[in-house]
Ligand binder design. Structure first.
Ligand code: ADP
Ligand code: ASP
Ligand code: MG
Length: 420
């Protein structure tokens, strides 16, 4: 008998029929003698629907801040799906109880729409588990010190599940979703993508942060910090699949490098369409320039990702960086108004139609020539690389958005990721 946390994503909870299936699956695990906590997402489309209603009433204008109310609103999606799951479980004869995040309580900071979990009170949950109930806790949300409901950012139910698993010292956190594991790349873009039986925590962290939306990045950070065993698996198998077979299915996130069975140099390819490129052209090449540009951007709370500064000619250089697309217009305005006048730089140019494609693998630590193979493969496709950024286990390139799928497919092939 073990304490196990199950998380079910929006598609898995997408209709009453699917919720019924989740209930049957959960009841099977409970009947096998396990203590089960379930963290569901809102039914698919519900969070978008709710946030869309808010937008209809108040399209965002500079200076507006509806974030507290947006959290109040969006959190209801998970409250509804949790209650529905509790009802479905009870109708299957399985005692269960559902709680909203604030009832547990899952305490967060007050950063509405992107709150971070600070603590979880497990007393109530342990009491119910010991009384033989399946406990359902809403994903995606918590409560701040002033009693305000907060949400954890899109995809945040993954993080709720791992945080609950860490707080309850669960034996495992099973992330049930609409794919049967973590693939070499998004199988929706490359049909030949292969499921990985295991993926190291570090690789998963890179893949999530570089755009693989299969897990929210903070959930992986949490799993690493508290060493929560975590597995991604399908909720679309028949609910009565053998429990031992199910327990060993999907992709296990591992913490030891030698646990890694598949020792490929490159394990996966991630991509991200959420960034935009900004270039400050004709900047004087002298000390303090990077600080003048990026300091102003950081002061406005805008995160910068890839940065590149060109060689100077005639004492002038070009300075480019990427930001999230949502911050694109704001960054350009800020540079034009506040930075250009004091910098004497010629102009600010922007391009929102870019994407970032990355190869990830712990094997890159011990192999040379991996990046050059990436560049060769892109050049063979005639794809121009605008920016490059590397770290120990990844190489990312910024390219024109229209070549994204071509680049991902070419790299998947070049690194033999379709070969078992
Ligand atoms: P859920 O609603 O269960 O949280 P998500 O839509 O957030 O599900 O995440 C699952 C989706 O992630 C898959 O349907 C797939 O398209 C996408 N995805 C992106 N990269 C990968 C990858 N490397 N492996 C598996 N799925 C991926
Ligand atoms: N319902 C939230 C979202 O759509 C959280 C989640 O599904 O993980 O982003
Ligand atoms: Mg998700």
């Amino acid at each position: 008998m073990a304490l196990i946390v199950h998380k079910y994503g929006g598609t898995s909870m997408g209709s009453t029929e699917r919720i019924r299936n989740v209930a049957k699956r959960v009841a099977k695990w409970a009947r096998a003698g396990h203590q089960i906590v379930v963290v569901p997402s809102a039914m698919s489309g519900e969070t978008n629907r709710l946030l869309g209603l808010a937008k209809e009433l108040a399209p965002a204008k500079p200076g507006d801040d509806y974030s507290r109310e947006l959290d109040m609103l969006a959190s209801t999606g998970e409250q509804a799906s949790s209650a529905l799951l509790a009802i479905a479980l009870q109708s299957e004869g399985q005692p269960s109880v559902s709680y909203a995040g604030w009832q547990v309580a899952i305490k967060t900071n007050s950063a509405f729409t992107k709150a971070r979990i600070e603590s979880i009170d497990d007393m109530r949950v342990m009491g119910d588990l010991n009384a033989g109930k399946v406990v359902i806790i809403t994903g995606f949300q918590g409560v701040d010190d002033n009693g305000n409901i907060t949400t954890l950012g899109r995809g945040g139910s993954d993080t709720s599940a791992v945080a609950v698993a860490a707080a309850l010292k669960a034996a495992e956190c099973l992330i049930f979703t609409d794919v049967d594991g973590v693939y070499t790349t998004d199988p929706r873009v490359v049909p030949e993508a292969r499921r990985l039986k295991t993926v190291s925590f570090e690789e998963m962290l890179e893949m999530a942060s570089l755009g693989s939306k299969v897990l929210q990045i903070r959930s992986v950070e949490f799993a690493g910090k508290y060493k929560v065993p975590m597995r991604v698996l399908s909720s679309f198998t028949p609910w009565d699949i053998d429990i031992n077979e199910e327990a060993a299915s999907g992709t296990l996130i591992t913490f030891e490098e030698d646990e890694q069975m598949e020792q490929a140099v490159v394990s996966g390819i991630a991509f991200n369409r959420d960034e935009a490129k900004i270039s400050v052209v004709g900047v004087p090449d002298k000390p303090g320039i990077a600080y003048q540009i990026l300091g102003a951007v950081a002061d406005a709370n805008i995160e910068v990702d890839v940065i590149i500064q060109n060689l100077s000619k005639d004492g002038k250089t070009d300075f480019s960086f990427t930001v999230h697309r949502n911050d694109y217009a704001k960054t350009i305005d800020l540079l034009k108004e506040k930075v250009l006048p004091s910098l004497g730089a010629a102009e600010v140019l922007g391009d929102a139609k870019i994407c970032k494609v990355s190869i990830v693998g712990i094997g890159m630590r011990s192999h040379v020539g991996v990046a050059s193979k990436m560049f060769r493969s892109l050049s063979e496709e005639g794809i121009n690389i605008q920016m490059i950024s590397t770290s120990e286990i990844k190489t990312s390139v910024v390219i024109d958005e229209k070549y994204m799928e071509l680049a991902v497919r070419a790299l998947h092939k070049a690194f033999d990721l379709d070969q078992a």
